[in-house]
Design a protein around this ligand. Structure first.
Ligand code: RNT
Ligand code: ZN
Length: 422
């Protein structure tokens, strides 16, 4: 039997099995094809960027591992991204950080960045047919060395970072306008204290004012969607982070920005899945940074965990697919970086597929009727239905390697391209 026949036959059987529960596999696949995941550029080079300036110390972030072959230039990073995109079914987006500017060897400080420094990225995105998302980079810079940026006590330092934020919104808007799809531009800052502060309010006041200055310019939402990302703690900011979750919930509600929920930014047993239906009662849209914390905000590669499934279920069950922007945020330097992108993005896609294959109406009916026995029994039954056959069919149709074949291609790429980088 050829692989194609096997996949088609398995899919036909799976389709019947799902249909018996009232689930339409074709509708699920059509919905999945419409979901774009924003692939984060920073997995490709351990959040290094091309400024060749400061490292991540003071940012609260850490990429651990020394797997060979990390991208050293924008061309290498783009080649790696193209390779990763070929392993992921569907049409997706790229999420860029301002650190990845190409300034042609000229030193251009962050407050002076403009669309011209991202011209290669933009024409690459046009060629790939992918949308772009963007992030100002408030770290890995001498003016962020003491751990404060927008909430710094020093007005001059705040001004520098405000100007960076303003510059990045204009770059994002330019991307959105040229590509015809709004650019989600996300503000995350590291600002915080290692040890217990006395004044928890002062920096938050400063941050609020700085954000107001960053967002003062009105920009059409058809081009730019502003998002703000909170955090519980970072390395070196264990006791206090000015931009906490509550701070940004308030800010997003009061100012009409998107709220970004990063799966690694809460207490270790706290999941973001349960937050989605709450915050979407008060903000129009949200951004997710899908990540996997292991004991801390470790940014491990996303896998098909219960947490990930719960996130996808909440998006699908709530009918929120058009209000939730899904971005990935992890950086593992201990494994092949292209494979890391592929594993994480494919995991996210699989979680969405599983959620789309759920007979939610039936489950809801049980719930409303108080028949929790049937609800639990059906949820358990669903776990062993042949979703893998539906996934294989999706990969086949999207012309992506089936099963583990994608890894063979990535390994070949590693031998031919990555190990050559020395
Ligand atoms: C840091 C935040 C932030 C970064 C990226 C690089 O804790 O999650 O989103 O990971 O901007
Ligand atoms: Zn994040």
């Amino acid at each position: 039997m050829t692989t194609m026949t096997r996949v088609e036959q398995a899919y036909a059987l799976a389709r019947e099995q799902y249909a018996a529960l009232g689930v339409d596999c074709e509708a699920a696949l059509a919905a999945l094809k419409g979901i774009a995941i924003s692939l984060h550029c920073w997995q490709g080079d351990d959040v290094s960027g091309f400024e060749h300036g400061d490292d991540l110390s003071g940012s609260g972030l850490a990429a651990t591992g020394n797997y060979p072959g990390k991208a050293r230039t924008a061309d290498e990073l783009r080649a790696d991204l193209e390779m990763a995109f070929r392993m992921i079914p569907g049409a997706h987006r790229l999420n860029l950080h301002s650190l990845y500017a190409e300034t042609g060897g000229k030193k251009v400080d962050r407050d002076a960045l403009s669309p011209e420094h991202f011209a290669n990225w933009l024409s690459w995105a046009q060629g790939q047919g992918c949308g772009l998302d963007f992030n100002p980079s408030f770290f890995a810079h001498p003016k962020a060395a003491d751990g404060f940026t927008l909430a710094h006590q020093d007005a001059g330092i705040r001004r520098f970072w405000i100007d960076h934020g303003i510059a990045c919104r204009r770059i994002g808007a330019h991307f959105g306008k040229v590509l015809g799809t709004p650019c989600v531009t996300n503000v995350w800052i590291p600002d915080g204290y290692k040890d217990t502060p006395v004044d928890r309010l002062a920096h938050r006041r400063l941050l609020k004012d700085s954000l107001d200055a960053v967002f003062a310019e009105k920009i059409d939402r058809a081009y730019l969607l502003d998002a703000v990302e909170g955090k519980l703690f970072g390395i070196g900011s264990e006791s206090y982070v000015a931009g906490s979750h509550e701070f940004y919930i308030g800010y997003a509600v009061a100012n009409g920005t998107l709220l970004c929920l990063d799966a690694g930014h809460f207490h270790p047993t706290e999941t973001i899945a349960d937050k989605i239906s709450s915050v979407l009662l008060y903000v129009d849209e949200i951004l997710l940074h899908v990540s996997r914390g292991v004991r801390w905000d470790s940014d491990h590669v996303v896998v098909l965990s219960d947490d990930l499934r719960a996130i996808a279920e909440e998006i699908v069950r709530g009918g929120f697919l058009n209000r939730v922007h899904i971005g990935l945020d992890f950086f593992d330097a201990s494994i092949n970086r292209v494979a890391a992108w592929a594993i994480g993005a494919r995991g996210m896609e699989k979680a969405l597929l599983l959620a789309l294959l759920e007979p939610t109406d039936t489950l809801r009916r049980y719930e409303v009727a108080g028949d929790f026995t049937s609800r639990l029994a059906l949820l358990e039954e669903l776990k062993t239905l042949p979703a893998g056959a539906v996934w294989d069919m999706y990969c086949l149709r999207e012309d992506v390697p089936l099963g583990m074949n994608w890894l063979d291609e990535v390994k070949t790429y590693e031998t031919r391209v990555l190990t050559e980088r020395g």
